[in-house]
Write a protein that binds this ligand. Structure first.
Ligand SMILES: *Cc1c(COP(=O)(O)O)cnc(C)c1O
Length: 457
């Protein structure tokens, strides 16, 4: 008999989590204005709000925390992080930042000007926020297949090369860079193929444009390339990652994802002049250029995490757990984005709640119902997150309304996944009774979903 699949690690420390009852959850979610971001984490049983900064660090990462040296300038931990970034990505200039969006803020302060167009596959919410905050426009050129959740395309994160080239043909002078997000988070944690990255590089070269990779989940992307792109089946994750990064001029990375730390990020660059310009903003916004808002111990943990996060056995454990949850949901007939993504299962809320109008925020309604059912917290990736159009101020309704169930790394067991699956099945069984959606009471002008206040219609 073939041995069954199991985790590539064992547990060394645990944290108690507590269940609650329906009555408590009804009160808590009302007090939180029906916004799951406003709940206290102790009011949550299984927390799938995000996979960002929620992973379990390893014994080696915790040891590195003790070894990190806390010098304002030139700490050994800075050099350790620099070496790890060079080894894993090939980039030799880097600036540490306190997280991924801070890297965007520093870099875009140099590169993005009013009226610019920034094309790419689907932009992450903070990335789009930082572009629109500068009165520029994020243009989503993701392939059409990504917007049909039943279509089983192996690389739904890909950019449509024709859509991309169209933007460049019409307005190349307004494009400061092309951005590729690995994996494509908003489309469902979907990978981009190496072939697609290579073609993007070619197009960029033809128009003399910079290519930026927003690479929070580069290792999960490399894992999918190994499994799904024939040519790479015998190539190591590290070698695949190095080839991926060879197609970029600049990278930003939130280390809270694939580097499995609780805080941190960075910008990787090749150009000396750009590096100098970014240094100024890093000092202004983040901290000195050799710590950028991080403690030395954090930089050591990132360095160690970059190696662990690109280990095949670890990635296999990680992605297989996400797949396990997705498969359980499919067994119950629950509609999800297919194929199952790298860091999360994306439930198709439009197909789950077809009776509810989009103006009543289907995915948010579903997220609230799952919480009420079980204390499981997911997150809306839909119309609330899409914000209003910066010019018309009308609500933007994206093609897809998702409830995202993001799985923290090395944290939960498959028993927890079973609880999530059955809880969502129970909601699915009573979906026809869910006829009341949500309405907005108060909202911020940009990235409103984090703080929005809602009520039942
Ligand atoms: C998380 C994330 C960011 C922003 O990083 P933070 O560390 O949360 O600030 C940017 N892009 C992508 C694709 C991300 O997943």
């Amino acid at each position: 008999m073939e041995l069954p699949f199991s985790e590539s690690y064992r547990i060394k420390m645990v944290e108690t989590i507590r269940k609650s009852n329906l009555e408590e959850r009804q009160k808590w979610i009302k007090d939180a204005k029906y916004n799951l971001f406003l709940l206290k984490s102790e009011q949550v049983f299984i927390d799938l709000l995000t996979d960002s900064g929620t992973g379990a660090m390893s014994d080696k990462q915790w040891s590195e925390m003790m070894l990190g040296d806390e010098s304002y300038a030139g700490a050994s931990s800075y050099y350790k992080m620099k070496e790890a970034i060079f080894n894993i990505t090939g980039f030799d200039y880097f600036l540490p930042t306190h997280q991924g969006r801070a890297a965007e803020n520093v870099l875009f302060s140099v590169l993005v000007k009013e009226g610019n167009l920034v094309p790419g596959n689907s932009h992450f919410d903070t990335t789009k926020g930082h572009i629109e905050f500068r009165k520029a426009f994020a243009i989503d050129c993701t392939i059409d297949e990504a917007f049909d959740t039943t279509c089983n395309h192996p690389f739904k994160g890909n950019v449509d090369l024709e859509k991309l080239e169209d933007v460049l043909k019409k307005s190349a002078d307004k494009v400061p860079f092309i951005i590729m997000t690995l994996t494509n988070n908003s489309a469902g944690g979907q990978p981009v193929s190496m072939e697609n990255l290579r073609m993007v590089r070619q197009i960029a070269d033809r128009y003399g444009k910079i290519v930026l990779f927003d690479s929070a989940r580069f290792a999960e992307n490399a894992y999918f390339i190994k499994l799904r792109e024939e040519k790479y089946k015998d190539v190591s994750i590290r070698a695949i990652a190095l080839e991926i990064f060879s197609y970029a001029d600049i990278i930003t990375m939130s280390s809270k994802k694939d580097a499995i730390v609780n805080i941190g990020g960075f910008i990787g660059m090749r150009d000396d002049e750009l590096f100098r310009q970014c240094c100024m903003f890093n000092i202004m916004f983040e901290g000195y250029i050799t710590y950028g808002g991080l403690a030395g111990r954090d930089m050591n943990a990132i360095a160690q995490g970059l190696y662990e996060g690109t280990d095949f056995e670890y990635l296999n454990t990680r992605v297989k757990q996400v797949e396990y949850l997705g498969n359980r949901l499919m067994e119950f007939g629950i509609p999800i984005q297919q194929p199952i993504g790298g860091h999360a299962v994306f439930v198709d809320a439009k197909r789950f709640l077809p009776g509810l109008k989009k103006e009543e925020f289907q995915a948010q309604t579903l997220a609230i119902q799952l919480y009420l059912e079980s204390g499981v917290r997911g997150v809306e990736i839909g119309a609330l997150m899409a914000d209003r159009d910066p010019i018309t101020r009308e609500n933007r309704y994206p093609k897809l309304e998702f409830l995202r169930l993001a799985i923290p790394r090395r944290v939960y067991t498959n028993n927890h996944m079973d609880v999530v699956a059955v809880a969502l099945k129970n909601v699915f069984d009573r979906r026809n009774e869910l006829t009341r959606g949500m309405r907005i009471i108060r909202e911020a002008p940009i990235m409103r979903h984090f703080t929005i206040e809602l009520d039942l219609v």
